[in-house]
Design a protein around this ligand. Sequence first.
Ligand SMILES: Cc1cc2nc3c(=O)[nH]c(=O)nc-3n(C[C@H](O)[C@H](O)[C@H](O)COP(=O)(O)O)c2cc1C
Length: 355
Amino acid sequence: MVRYSKLAFRQTVHHYGTDLCWTPMILAKEFNRSSVARESDLSISTREEEESARVPTVAQFGASAALELARASSLAAPYVSGVDLNCGCPQSWACAESLGAALMERRELVRDMVVETRSRLARDGWDVGLADADVESARGRSVTVKIRVHKDLRRTMDFIDTVLGDDGACGWRRNIDWLTIHPRTRKTPSSTPIDLEALEILTEKYGKRVPILVSGDVFTLRALPYTSHLLDEDNHTPTFTTSTDSTPAATAPSSSTPQHPKLHLPNLADVPLEAVDVFLANLARAPLVLKSGVHHLTEMLGPGYGPDKRALIGKRDRMRLTKCGNWIDVLDCLEELRAKAAVATAAEKLVNNTR
Ligand SMILES: Cc1cc2nc3c(=O)[nH]c(=O)nc-3n(C[C@H](O)[C@H](O)[C@H](O)COP(=O)(O)O)c2cc1C
């Protein structure tokens, strides 16, 4: 995410079990032309021998020309597991440059961009085929696309058909390794729930041709409005629930589809306070400018985005953090807040025990 998901944060979520991370969207044009942009936009760990530092990462680009995306991908490929084209960013500055969600109106261009990128990576000696040997190879690199949906879903289908390409026409089975769908239109605010019907139609139509990742309204696994076969090895069909009904619903593919019990994941939690320590330790090695680092901290310590809206520390204390002028003050402030939180927890325990 732009302004987030920098190296220290990617290493932190990797520590807590995230398999694959994305960089924030990087502007391909600047990345190609400036070594300063390359250094600031794509930090990688030089502690490759340490498991905790090795985070499988996809470099996500904003681009509107095939040559730009192919060149940027070629430059990034030695340091990442794959490259992704962002066709989802709705911000007006991006759309004005024909980047992000504006590309949802340019399906042929998007196809040309991924085809050119795949060819360039293949010429550079990366394994970009989709056979198991390519996928498992140390030189395997993925080429993917993230999309939003159109109000008229037929246009999204035209888009996906064009971008996937004809099986085998370019020497590989499809033009992209996987597709990430953010089931909102360019105009839908993120406060509006994702469009489950669109998601169901698209996964049903394309799910067997290309792996699909979902972005949007993912807070905790228990609160997902759909189930996933990834959490249930015997079943390979995702099913959906409506927002008003928590049981697998009328939108499920057919009555013969096995019904999923609601999952119980006892160890799933919002951000624990220890995650802040993990982040700070990563930050010491992969620094961020003060403002950005503190912003990460206030988000991590703030209210949960899922059903549990409790914050680890209150708003007034989070504001105190934002007033700190240097990292020493930030660490001192955190120490103080931690002590305060420990006292509050001890007091709560005491009250519960005496009840
Ligand atoms: C501040 C901010 C920055 C984002 N930056 C990116 C980005 O660089 N690349 C991207 O693919 N999505 C980006 N997104 C979109 C999110 O990845 C995600 O698709 C979207 O927020 C939907 O999830 P939600 O329903 O939890 O909000 C960004 C979102 C926000 C709020």
